[in-house]
Design a protein around this ligand. Structure first.
Ligand code: AMP
Ligand code: GLY
Length: 426
C-alpha cells in the first residue's frame, strides 16, 4: 500500500513512523512533512501544503495513493475528505460536515445538549453587545471561545469580568481570529482533571485507544499561556477501567450515533477533550483528528499495526477489532523554542540529537526542524517531541528527561513536570 499523510508536525512524524512499520505498507509520502520524517524508512516528502486540497488530490491520483491519512484539522474542515472521495480516493478522516465537531464549537455544544451528552452550560452569541451584556451580568470564572478554528488559540479561560470582556473584545472587536470569531461561545468554567480520549471510528463502531493526558499550559504546574501541548503520557490513571466504560457509554458511542442521526456520519480519529471531576467526565471539546502531542506516547506504545484499523474504518468494518497495547508507560516531552507560544527565533543549531536517539526505549519525533549550514536547526515553536517507554511511569519520566537533557539549543524551553500528575497518584 502507498500511504499519503497530510501535515508536518510531531503528530505526523509519529503517524508516518507507525505507518511505515506496517508490513502492508510499501511507501509513506508526507505532504509536506519535515526533515525528521524524511529520515524514516519507506518515507519521502512532497512539497505540497497541507491546505492545498486541489494539489493534494491531483498528487494522490497521479501517484495512485491507496490511503490518505490527514493529520491536522484545517484540511478536514476545508473539505479534503469530500474532494478526495469524489475522485474515488480513500481517506481516513471525517467529511467536511462531520468536521464541524471541531470546526464549530456552537455546533458541538448544541449537539451535546440535544443528545444529553455531559458538558458544561453555554450560551452562543453572534452580536457583540448581547455577549457583552451577558458577560457583565455574571460574576466569577467563565470561558469565552471563538466559534471557529483558531489554531488552538481561540479559548480564554477567564477568572473575572475584566478578563472575559477583554477576551470578547479580542475575538469580536479586534477580530484576532478573523471570521472564526463571528460567533462566540460562552461556557461554564469546568474544574477537575483533564484527559484526552481518542478512538478510531467508522461511524458505527468505536474502537478506543488507551487514555492519555496532555499538558497545555506553557510552564510547570500548569502556569502560563495555553500552547498546542507541551507533553503527554499514556496510560492516564485518571481514566480507570470504570471511567473508560463511562466515557465510551456516555460520550463516545452517543456522539457517533448523534452524528449519524444528524446526517453527518463520522469516520476517522475522534478525540474527546474531557474534564473529569467526582467520577463524572464532561466534554470540553472534540477534535476531528489525532492529538499532538498525544500521538507520540499513544502510538509509541501501540503494539497493533495501525493501518488495518484505518482501512477498516474507511470500509465500515471496525466491529470486533481491538488494539493491543504494550504494557509499558510512555511519556513525551515537547522541546520548544524560547518564547513559544508567543514570538520566537528560528534557525538555532540543535545538538545532541544522535546521542538522545541512541538511548534505550527513546524516540525523538521532529515537529519544527530544518537543515541549516551547520546541521539541524529549529524551524518552529514546538521543535521536538522526545518520547520514552519504560515498565513504570516513574522510569519512563526518568528516561525521557535523561534524553531531553542531552539535547540543547539556544533558548530551548521545555516543561520539567510532564507526567507528574500520574506519578503523584501511583
Ligand atoms: P479547547 O481548545 O476547547 O480544548 O480549550 C483549550 C483548553 O482550555 C482546554 O484544554 C482546557 O484547559 C481549557 N478549557 C476549555 N473549555 C473549558 C471549560 N469549559 N472550562 C474550563 N476549562 C476549559
Ligand atoms: N494536544 C491537543 C490537541 O491536539 O489539540
Amino acid at each position: 500500500m502507498k500511504i499519503l499523510i497530510v501535515g508536518s508536525g510531531g503528530r505526523e512524524h509519529t503517524l508516518a513512523w507507525k505507518a511505515a512499520q506496517s508490513e502492508r505498507v510499501t511507501e509513506v509520502i508526507l505532504a509536506p512533512g519535515n526533515i525528521g520524517i524524511a529520515a524514516e524508512p519507506k518515507c519521502r516528502l512532497v512539497d505540497i501544503s497541507s491546505d492545498d486540497i486541489a494539489r493534494l488530490r491531483r498528487f494522490a491520483l497521479d501517484e495512485k495513493v491507496d490511503l490518505t491519512i490527514v493529520g491536522p484539522e484545517a484540511p478536514l474542515v476545508g473539505g479534503l475528505t469530500d474532494a478526495f472521495a469524489q475522485a474515488g480516493l480513500r481517506v481516513f478522516g471525517p467529511s467536511q460536515k462531520a468536521s464541524q465537531l471541531e470546526g464549530s464549537k456552537a455546533f458541538t455544544k448544541r449537539l451535546l445538549k440535544k443528545y444529553d451528552i455531559p458538558s458544561g452550560d453555554f450560551q452562543v452569541f453572534d452580536d457583540y453587545d448581547e455577549a457583552s451584556a451577558y458577560l457583565k451580568s455574571i460574576t466569577g470564572p467563565i470561558v469565552v471561545k471563538a466559534d471557529g478554528l483558531a489554531a488552538g488559540k481561540g479559548v480564554y479561560v477567564c477568572k473575572d469580568r475584566n478578563e472575559s470582556l477583554a477576551a470578547l473584545d479580542a475575538i469580536m472587536k479586534q477580530r484576532a481570529f478573523g471570521d472564526a470569531g463571528d460567533v462566540v461561545v460562552v461556557e461554564e468554567c469546568l474544574v477537575g482533571e483533564e484527559a484526552s480520549f481518542i478512538a478510531f471510528t467508522d461511524g458505527k463502531t468505536v474502537v478506543p485507544l488507551a487514555g492519555s493526558q496532555d499538558h497545555k499550559p506553557a510552564y510547570d504546574n500548569d502556569e502560563g499561556p495555553n500552547t498546542g501541548g507541551m507533553g503527554a503520557y499514556s496510560p492516564a490513571p485518571v481514566i480507570t477501567p470504570e471511567m473508560h466504560e463511562r466515557i465510551m457509554n456516555r460520550i463516545m458511542i452517543p456522539v457517533v450515533q448523534a452524528m449519524e442521526e444528524e446526517g453527518a456520519p463520522y469516520l476517522g480519529f475522534l478525540y474527546a477533550g474531557l474534564m473529569i471531576a467526582d467520577g463524572v467526565p464532561k466534554v470540553l471539546e472534540f477534535n476531528v483528528r489525532m492529538g499532538d502531542p498525544e500521538a507520540q506516547p499513544l502510538l509509541f506504545r501501540m503494539n497493533s499495526d495501525m493501518i488495518p484499523f484505518m482501512t477498516a474504518a474507511v470500509d465500515g468494518t471496525l466491529a470486533g477489532m481491538e488494539i493491543e497495547w504494550a504494557p509499558e508507560h510512555s511519556v513525551c516531552v515537547v522541546m520548544a523554542s524560547g518564547g513559544y507560544p508567543g514570538s520566537y527565533e528560528k534557525g538555532k543549531v540543535i545538538t545532541g540529537l544522535g546521542e538522545a536517539s541512541a538511548m534505550e526505549g527513546v524516540k525523538v519525533f521532529h515537529a519544527g526542524t530544518g537543515h541549516g549550514p551547520d546541521g539541524i536547526v529549529t524551524n518552529g515553536g514546538r521543535v521536538l517531541g522526545v518520547t520514552a517507554k519504560a515498565p513504570g511511569i516513574a522510569q519512563a519520566i526518568d528516561q525521557v528527561y535523561k534524553a531531553v537533557e542531552k539535547i540543547s539549543w539556544e533558548k530551548c524551553h521545555y516543561r520539567k513536570d510532564i507526567g507528574k500528575k500520574a506519578l503523584n497518584r501511583d
